[in-house]
Design a protein around this ligand. Structure first.
Ligand SMILES: Cc1cc2nc3c(=O)[nH]c(=O)nc-3n(C[C@H](O)[C@H](O)[C@H](O)COP(=O)(O)OP(=O)(O)OC[C@H]3O[C@@H](n4cnc5c(N)ncnc54)[C@H](O)[C@@H]3O)c2cc1C
Length: 301
């Protein structure tokens, strides 16, 4: 059998794409190895009707929606390779026969690496996050710290001013803020330290103190860090798609990449952290792109 579309990745992007294609009566192989980026967090916010849902409940509901459509087949396996030959794709999966498809939609998201801060793994997803829009409300008016050795920390510092007036910015041993930026932050009561972090101390996932390498400590109850992101698409780079400055797959408005028949959605396409709702929306658009391409081909036969 040749599926109309193989969707690789079952996060909000891939699941919404599967929903749209299933409803369009397309045969879909939805391959997912269940390692979504937000698996460490306790609740997801900012998705209308789903505000505060746990990531596992979000996925349970999404799979229930998608698998109502009989033309969608779920493969709970990692995809290891994708080969394009004469207009069709072969999707190699672990522990099963290869899957053949006319179109492929990559919705594999990002691999996230936390900064090298001792103790960060104990608090990330509980009291320390990376996105104020996702978790700023829960940390509102608290004693916050934002740690980052990248110039973008300036943007995060200004953003956090909307959620708390007790914010410390730590550039962790680097000098990424210039004097004018420090002046602007100081004018708003945002303190800046260039000290290096020795450890984040916590109790049951709740940040309690930040310790610097000189042994001094500061009480903080929440914060933000800047992870590094690498799109999971790098393992499929031999397909030859163009990428944007963050490594995301460049697409047109309907999600098609520079490789005909290969589509991308969600964080696989942005190459940087986004949100559940934007990932789902781009999955929906890409599904319409896939369906349109299949429809046009049918009318040319
Ligand atoms: C701590 C934290 C908190 C967050 N909080 C929020 C929040 O409150 N609100 C919000 O909107 N967003 C939040 N996000 C961001 C949100 O998780 C992402 O924006 C969203 O998950 C991106 O969707 P996606 O479909 O592109 O990728 P993902 O959800 O990461 O899904 C990608 C899927 O592809 C699968 N996959 C990858 N490679 C393969 C392969 N080779 N074979 C098979 N399957 C594969 C993965 O297992 C995964 O299931 C948070 C993120 C983190 C880390």
């Amino acid at each position: 059998m040749i599926y109309d579309c193989a969707i690789i990745g079952g996060g909000p992007a891939g699941l919404n794409a599967a929903l749209v294609l299933g409803r369009a009566r397309r045969t879909v192989a939805l391959c997912d190895n269940n390692r979504p980026r937000n698996r460490v967090t306790h609740a997801s916010h900012g998705f209308i009707t789903q505000d505060g849902v746990t990531p596992s409940e979000f996925r349970r509901k999404a799979y229930a929606d998608v698998l109502k459509y009989p033309s969608v087949q779920h493969y709970a396996v990692p995809v290891t390779e994708i080969i394009k030959e004469q207009g069709t794709f072969t999707v190699v999966v672990e522990g099963s026969e290869p899957i053949r498809a006319r179109k492929v939609l990559l919705a594999v998201g990002l691999d996230e690496t936390l900064p090298d801060l001792p103790g960060v793994g104990d608090v990330y997803g509980t009291s320390v996050f990376h996105c104020p829009y996702c978790d700023g409300w829960e940390l509102r008016d608290q004693a916050l710290i934002a740690i980052g050795d990248h110039p973008r920390i300036f943007h995060i510092a200004k953003l956090l001013f909307g959620w708390s007036r007790d914010v410390v910015i730590c550039t962790n041993g680097t000098q990424v803020l210039d004097d004018e930026q420090k002046r602007q932050l100081s004018a708003k009561g945002i303190r800046v330290t260039e000290q290096r972090v020795a450890a984040l101390h916590s109790e049951q996932g709740k940040l309690t103190e930040v310790e610097w390498t000189d042994g001094t400590r500061l009480a903080r109850s929440g914060g933000f860090v800047m992870p590094q992101w690498t799109p999971h698409t790098v393992r499929f780079a031999s397909l030859g798609f163009d990428t944007n400055e963050w490594g995301g797959i460049k697409t047109n408005e309907l999600g098609e990449s520079s490789v005909p028949g290969l589509f991308a959605a969600g964080e696989a396409a942005t190459g940087m952290g986004a949100q559940l709702i934007t990932a789902a929306a781009s999955g929906s658009m890409a599904a319409m792109g896939v369906n349109t391409a299949l429809m046009e081909e049918a009318f040319q036969e």
